[in-house]
Design a protein around this ligand. Structure first.
Ligand code: URA
Length: 190
């Protein structure tokens, strides 16, 4: 069962000392949702609320992500959500290259277990990690890329949509595009 595999990977990850972030975290923030999903979201890294709860996307940006998912009939039942780094960077700074590198094998193993048909990168940091190092979120969001054979797209991070509401119309367009691709490729999601 994928959920057993994911749980055992999470237990293994709790012992990770691959970078300095393990020293300042309150909790490991590994993933949430259904590992048996066809759709996987990848965010940046835990913020304060996530660090305190151990669950990804539970703060303000997380509430907006839940609303965005609901608009296209997604929820924790039919998606899996993970981050590029599993421990909170102090003061919410961007994760450092060495931190992303140290954490990459955990994300890779989550991707292997879920084996999604569609990957949605939330924001620039996830897109530069998954799609291409020099990915430009403003120019390239909403476009499909094939990454190791998987249909992959990046949209604005929900925190960016909280800061700048003028980005929201583009995100509605992107969410509609994602819904039609899910309908095309995923037989068990809706
Ligand atoms: N932002 C992220 O990128 N990930 C979280 O888990 C929370 C906020």
């Amino acid at each position: 069962m994928k959920s057993d595999e994911m749980q055992s990977l999470e237990r293994e990850c709790m012992g990770c000392r691959g970078c300095e972030l393990c020293k300042t975290r309150t909790n490991l923030v590994f993933g949430r949702g259904n590992p048996d999903s066809e759709v996987m979201f990848v965010g940046e890294g835990p913020g304060e609320q996530e660090d305190l709860s151990g669950i990804p996307f539970v703060g303000r940006a997380g509430k907006l992500l839940d609303d965005m998912m609901e608009m296209i009939d997604l929820s924790d039942k039919n998606v899996y959500i993970a981050n590029t780094v599993k421990c909170r960077p102090p003061k919410n700074r961007d994760p450092l290259p060495e931190e992303k590198l140290a954490c990459r094998s955990w994300l890779n193993r989550q991707l292997e277990i879920v084996n999604p048909k569609i990957i949605i990168c939330l924001g620039r940091i996830a897109a530069t990690e998954i799609i291409r190092e020099d990915f430009k979120i403003t120019r390239e969001r909403g476009r499909w890329f094939t990454v190791n054979g998987v249909q992959t797209i990046a949209i604005y991070h929900p925190a960016a949509l909280l800061r700048d509401v003028t980005k929201r119309p583009d995100t509605f367009t992107d969410l509609r595009e994602i819904r039609s691709e899910i309908r095309r490729l995923c037989k068990n999601t809706y």
